[in-house]
Design a protein around this ligand. Structure first.
Ligand code: SF4
Length: 205
């Protein structure tokens, strides 16, 4: 599977302390996408499901894992691997939230057995492309057109409570590649960062 990063504890993309998994590869090209660096698949990011699961198990054996959030990139563009991964993740927690740039109905229409299995196994799907003009700070969603679809009724209450009480926040992780900013970002986020970097460049120049 082509994977960009695994982070823990992700507290801003679903309830509790979650393992966040970001895939590489997306051909949707949404304007203002927060992760354009994840549009391309990279050979060096290829990892077997066994290897990925071993890394996840390493975290879960030491820490409390309340659920998983899978984002990217486009997770549903790697359906076979994602299906295999989700079967494994469900042994740790069935609270699996998947972001997809495809609408639920598009996924159903694709008629892929792997995608049907994924949809049956996950707790929550947040679907639809990111539309910059509709970025209005809606909970858990980059833009208002996206929908939070509870796929497993056992999670209705948990997500209802979370959506009532949580607000969108940003969490920064220090990784080997530098700082990774996670969460639901306002649309000005990228331009603000660019201007800060520019200013710092001026100060150092
Ligand atoms: S679907 Fe998601 S990852 Fe792909 S371009 Fe749109 S916002 Fe970015």
């Amino acid at each position: 599977m082509n994977i960009a990063r695994i982070l823990y504890p992700v507290k801003v993309l679903g309830p509790g302390n979650r393992i966040g998994i970001w895939v590489c590869g997306c051909s949707r090209g949404c304007r203002g996408c927060i992760n354009p660096e994840l549009w391309e698949r990279r050979p060096e990011c290829e990892i077997s499901i066994d290897g990925l699961y071993a890394a996840i198990l390493g975290i879960a054996s030491k820490h409390k894992v309340d659920g998983f959030t899978v984002s990217g990139g486009e997770p549903m563009d790697q359906p076979e691997d994602l299906n295999a991964l989700i079967i494994r993740l469900a042994a740790i927690s069935k609270d699996i939230l998947v972001y997809s740039g495809y609408k639920y109905v598009e996924l159903r229409e694709r008629g892929s057995e792997h995608i049907q299995n994924i949809l049956s196994a996950i707790a929550v799907l947040i679907d639809g492309q990111y539309v910059e003009e509709l970025n209005r700070d809606v909970k858990l969603r980059g833009s208002e057109n996206q929908e939070i679809i509870i796929m497993n009724g056992d999670f209705n209450k948990k997500y209802e409570n979370h959506l009532k009480t949580a607000r969108n926040r940003i969490q920064n992780f220090m990784t080997a590649d530098g700082v990774v900013s996670v969460g639901i970002h306002r649309k000005e986020f990228r331009s603000k960062i660019a201007s800060r970097i520019h200013k710092r460049g001026d100060e150092n120049g």
